[in-house]
Ligand binder design. Sequence first.
Ligand code: SF4
Length: 452
Amino acid sequence: MALTGMDIYKMLPKKNCKECGFPTCLAFAMKLAQGGVEAEKCPYMSEEVKQKLSDATAPLMKTVKFGYGEKTYTLGGETVLFRHEKTFVNRNRFAVMFSDVMSEEDINGRIEHMNKVSYVRINERMYVEIAAVKCESDNKEKFLGLLKKVKDECKDAVPMIITENAEIAKAAVEEVKDLGPILYGANDQNYEEMVNIAKQYNILLGVEANNLEELYKLVEKIHALGYKELILGTKAVSAKKAFEDVVNIRRTALITQDRVFGYPAAVFVNRLSKDKFLQLSYATVFVEKYASIIVLDDIDYSIALPLFALRQNIYTDPQRPMRVEQGIYRIGQAEENSPVLVTVDFALTYFIVSGEVERSKVPSWVLVPDAGGYSVLTAWAAGKLSGKSIAKAVKDFGVEEKVKTREIIIPGKVAVLKSDIEDALPGWKVVVGSEEAALLPKFLRDYISKRA
Ligand code: SF4
């Protein structure tokens, strides 16, 4: 249980010497209780009290890692139940399931889908981060063969080894140890051996039990062995139960402040349904609540596009608008006579506008100036979108070299900027576009036919 400021104060030396940087021991205790300072800052504390305090003031939910080099991922470390309270800090990661009893054709199909999914959305490359490789045959050589194939052919993915057989687990971890794998499958029978393997290779250990009560006891036993790099799961096979379990794990950690469940959780949505799109629906639920690893049977573009977009929306700071990179974007086969439209760098606005321009089938250029990441009207009201900022973008992004036309189309809602832009961009004519993005296709088609 977390300690209050007064609990901590009772343990301090009470010298009020200020050497910790705080005016009194009480002020130091209050800050320590909030996690705003480390216990080590007080030089007069006994080692025993220091250890007690650093355990008690550690984050309620542990941040754990897996992977290697640039592909090192962090999970957990969340401090709130709801994104609107603050923000979620470590996005969940998606995994595709492989098993050594699957046909070669199925395995190759999943690898092909995984490797195809790679694209950039709002400055972030989207791809499948984990290949979950499950031993179902109990045949070590067969399993290692599959693991090696996945390691060689899924270049972007970190392996998650799924087995409850400690001997096979050790050989498998040895095979992919350089990739910082996850070992998933510690249970009540094998946990001592599995902890030893995880300790030896310093890797994330997946702990699974039939239900939360058993899981709680199992984690306590693993704590007693001194290992705390864990991810938790239950064997739930219904969506309702899996949902209850992850919610209870998170609530136990953050509300009850019980660090036994202070770890990220994994959910296998491929156990909840065999239907591809039902798995997708379940995965969307667990992106929001509260799975840090979500395992699906297969991830192709039809699954990746909605899932990755949802994750990006959930795992961003709600106090900071999502922005697209400023620049000049080519839509369709835009060339030197194509229209130039201005929008803002608020991601939602950009995607709506560019989507409507695509829908119009009129090849166009879309110019995105620095607008502070705000929507059109907000950016204008905040002084972030002005004649000067648009003129600057025209110059900075070489629009005059890309197009012969000297006309620029601005959003109808900021028609008031027309003369400012014309003053800042001599030789250019400003055309006021539609007020709503939905009207852009008609506007662009009319604009082109008038010019013809
Ligand atoms: S250094 Fe320790 S004893 Fe001195 S004021 Fe800070 S908490 Fe109190």
